[in-house]
Design a protein around this ligand. Structure first.
Ligand code: PEP
Length: 241
């Protein structure tokens, strides 16, 4: 199975000119570039090899939803992958599992690819692997309500331990999970999704402080189908390597 590497630029960069050069430098086969909405059009026009991704969407196709960007707008703008349920949105915007579930279903019904983020907090992590599994299972059950087996071909899950996000600098290992522990949780995610929606072969990515020093250990794990990369995706030389 081919692995994908997703660049989550979050609310960066500050200028359109930087976004264009970042897109040029990151335009590799197997990559998905997810810029902020404001840059989707120009980044989409710049990419020749990578797929275009978005960091969120509203669940309706169009209508009176001030400030929101709709599914039809993203689809017509060339977006192929949409990240949903990122822990920063759950935390700062109070996105609930109910909202996330509506978005997941709407995206899959449109035949677009969704990258559903789930992950444990530091407090849950401290309690051990059983607590982590229970936490993730609860999120998956709520977020995948009404998702059928047929829809699951476009479903990606990203396991992002929240305590491991945004801790990495290129010259250190940051606080990424160990590949072994990430694989344990990722295998569990695959089992839960299989039991819930008979979604065999769903793809599960790892995200959390991936950088040039630790990337290989994660990519060599067969069970990990790709990576979601935040900070390092803003360092173009490092990301393209
Ligand atoms: C993320 O926020 O999705 C992420 C993986 O960030 P970072 O790589 O910076 O930890």
């Amino acid at each position: 199975m081919k692995k994908i590497i997703v660049a989550n630029w979050k609310s960066n960069p500050e200028k359109i000119s930087t976004a264009i050069s970042l897109a040029r430098a990151s335009d590799k086969k197997g990559a998905v570039i997810a810029p902020p909405h404001i840059y989707l059009d120009i980044v989409g026009k710049t990419l020749n090899n990578a797929f275009l991704g978005a960091q969120d969407v509203f669940w309706e196709k169009y209508g009176p939803y001030t400030g929101e960007v709709s599914l039809s707008q993203l689809k017509n703008g060339g977006v192929k992958y949409i990240i949903i349920g990122h822990s920063e949105r759950r935390k700062y915007l109070n996105e609930t599992d109910e909202m996330i579930n509506k978005k997941v279903v709407a995206i899959l019904e449109e035949n677009m690819k969704v990258i559903l983020c789930v992950g444990d907090t530091a407090d849950v992590h401290k309690k051990g692997i059983s607590a982590v599994k229970r936490h993730i299972e609860k999120q998956l059950k709520a977020d995948l309500k009404n998702v059928s087996q047929k829809m699951s071909k476009n479903l990606y899950v990203a396991y992002e331990p929240i305590w491991a996000i945004s801790t990495s600098k290129s010259n250190s290992l940051g606080k990424a999970d160990t590949p072994e522990d990430a694989v344990r949780v990722i295998s569990y995610i695959k089992n839960v999704v299989d039991k819930k929606i008979h979604g065999k072969n769903i793809k599960v990515l790892y995200g959390g402080s991936i950088n040039i020093k630790n990337v290989k250990e994660f990519l060599f794990e067969d069970e990990i189908n790709g990576l979601l990369v935040g900070g390092a995706s803003l360092r173009p030389k490092e990301f393209s390597r």
